[in-house]
Design a protein around this ligand. Structure first.
Ligand SMILES: Cc1cc2nc3c(=O)[nH]c(=O)nc-3n(C[C@H](O)[C@H](O)[C@H](O)COP(=O)(O)O)c2cc1C
Length: 228
C-alpha cells in the first residue's frame, strides 16, 4: 500500500485536474522510447479476471502518412455523399498529420456481453493512463473516435482481426500553443447521491459547494481525514 504525503498526493490530484485534450501539435518527433513507456504504463490498468484485453497499434512514419491519405479519402467521400464542398478536407488532413504518432487502442473481443463491457472499460482506462502519463511529461494527447475508428478501410490498414474492435486512437505529440480541451467540469455534487449517511454529509456538502476548488488548491486534501 502506498500512502503519499499530503503534498505528494496533491500533485496527483493536480495532474488529474490539469490534464487537457491537446488539439494542435508541433511538427516534431517524440523522444525515443516514450511511446513504449506509455504503453507499458497502460498495461497496468485494472482489468477483470486479468483478461488483458488491450492491443496496441503504433502508427508512425510511412504508415501514418498512409493513414492521413485515407483520412482525406474518407473525408472527401463523406463530403460528396452529404453534398458538401471539399474545401475543409485539406485542412482536416493537415491537422490529422500533426501528431507525431497515432496509438490505436484495440479491444480483443471475447466472451459474453458482460465480459465485453468489462474489457471495453479496461481498455478505456488504459487509454486514460496514456493520456495522464503523457501529460505528466509534457506530451499532448488527443483521443479520437468517429470515422478513423470505425471505417473498415482503417481496420484493414491496421491489420485487425474479426474479433478486434478499435476503442479509440490517441494522437500523441509535442503540444503547440494552440487549442486545448474544455478546462471545466460541473460540480461533482450534481452527480452524486450519498446513501446511508445523510445526517453526517449535509454540513460537509454545504461547505464543499461553497468551496468548489477545495481539492485543486490542496487545502481539502490536508483537511480530509484520510490524510491526517
Ligand atoms: C470516449 C471519448 C471519445 C472522444 N472522441 C473524441 C473525438 O472523436 N474527437 C475529439 O476531438 N475529441 C474526442 N474526445 C475528447 C473529448 O472531447 C474531451 O475529453 C472533452 O472535450 C473534455 O476535454 P478534456 O479532455 O481536455 O478534459 C473523446 C473523449 C472520449 C473519452
Amino acid at each position: 500500500m502506498v500512502r503519499l504525503k499530503p503534498e505528494e498526493a496533491a500533485v496527483v490530484f493536480d495532474l488529474i485536474h490539469a490534464r487537457r485534450t491537446v488539439y494542435r501539435f508541433q511538427p516534431m518527433p517524440l523522444p525515443a522510447g516514450v511511446v513504449e513507456h506509455l504503453i507499458e504504463a497502460a498495461t497496468w490498468a485494472p482489468n477483470h479476471r486479468m483478461t488483458e484485453p488491450w492491443r496496441f497499434v503504433v502508427v508512425e512514419g510511412v504508415a501514418k502518412e498512409e493513414l492521413a491519405e485515407l483520412r482525406g479519402e474518407l473525408a472527401r467521400r463523406r463530403a460528396e455523399r452529404e453534398g458538401r464542398g471539399l474545401d475543409r478536407v485539406e485542412a482536416q488532413v493537415a491537422e490529422f498529420r500533426e501528431p507525431a504518432v497515432y496509438l490505436y487502442l484495440v479491444q480483443q473481443v471475447e466472451g459474453d456481453l458482460v465480459r465485453q463491457r468489462e474489457d471495453y472499460a479496461a481498455c478505456a482506462i488504459a487509454a486514460y493512463i496514456v493520456q495522464l502519463a503523457a501529460w505528466s511529461i509534457g506530451i499532448g494527447v488527443r483521443w479520437g473516435t468517429g470515422l478513423m475508428a470505425t471505417a473498415p478501410e482503417v481496420r484493414r490498414q491496421l491489420g485487425l482481426g474479426d474479433n478486434q474492435e478499435i476503442v479509440c486512437f490517441l494522437g500523441l505529440g509535442v503540444p503547440s500553443d494552440g487549442q486545448l480541451g474544455v478546462g471545466r467540469r460541473s460540480d461533482h455534487l450534481r452527480f452524486t447521491r450519498y446513501l446511508g449517511r445523510a445526517d453526517q454529509i449535509e454540513p460537509a456538502l454545504a461547505e464543499l459547494a461553497d468551496d468548489g476548488a477545495w481539492l485543486a488548491r490542496g487545502l481539502g486534501l490536508r483537511r480530509h481525514p484520510c490524510f491526517n
